[in-house]
Design a protein around this ligand. Sequence first.
Ligand SMILES: *Cc1c(COP(=O)(O)O)cnc(C)c1O
Length: 235
Amino acid sequence: MTLTPSRAAELEAALAAVRTRIAAGAREAGRSADEVTLVVVTKTYPASDVELLARLGVRDVAENRDQEASGKAEALARADLAWHFVGQLQTNKARSVARYAACVHSVDRPSLVAALSRARAELGGPPLRCLLQVSLDGDPRRGGVEPKDLPALAEEVAAAPALALGGVMAVAPLGQDPRRAFEVLPALSATVRSVDPAAGWISAGMSSDLEAALAWGATHLRVGSAILGRRPTVQ
Ligand SMILES: *Cc1c(COP(=O)(O)O)cnc(C)c1O
């Protein structure tokens, strides 16, 4: 693994700039930045970048494809890194993800709940934290449970022995004002917290809309390109 000093400096500066944005966004929202976790989305970037980020103090990293994620998690094997899975997840990949992930942000259907719980129970380890991805635009291609089905899905996760209900996750619909789209987050979070009061995570906000997410209570921001650079391909 080659770790170049120039890339380290680049990542350090970008990370500092994002942390400054988070501090300002939290202040603007009347919140403390201490209650916000930055999850760095490292998809398409090499394991060496993840290693550099870890050396810069990043503890939470995210990927959206199992094959890429499992390879990096294995290559690094850093016990101080928590791997988050944020992409649409096929049920037949649940077992692989349950091996390295600390948290899955994209749980959106009962079959996935069952598969993740079975896999984690067999593999052992602490309960796998599951966030329920909620569809904000009703477009099934982008994943996410419909808000009306959220309470039942939350009950399923809460009842699954090897899973821990963590909260909600959302992606702002393309072409919509994220400040409008994220307005529903507090109510969706309240729905999940009525099932388990500890399930208070709200995963929302990316490079372009983290301020809007902070305004609506996001506790976990998933930021990729603002830190690692623009990805060469559409993800
Ligand atoms: C890629 C990705 C992100 C990060 O997006 P950026 O615009 O690069 O910050 C966040 N969430 C999910 C689900 C993603 O797939």
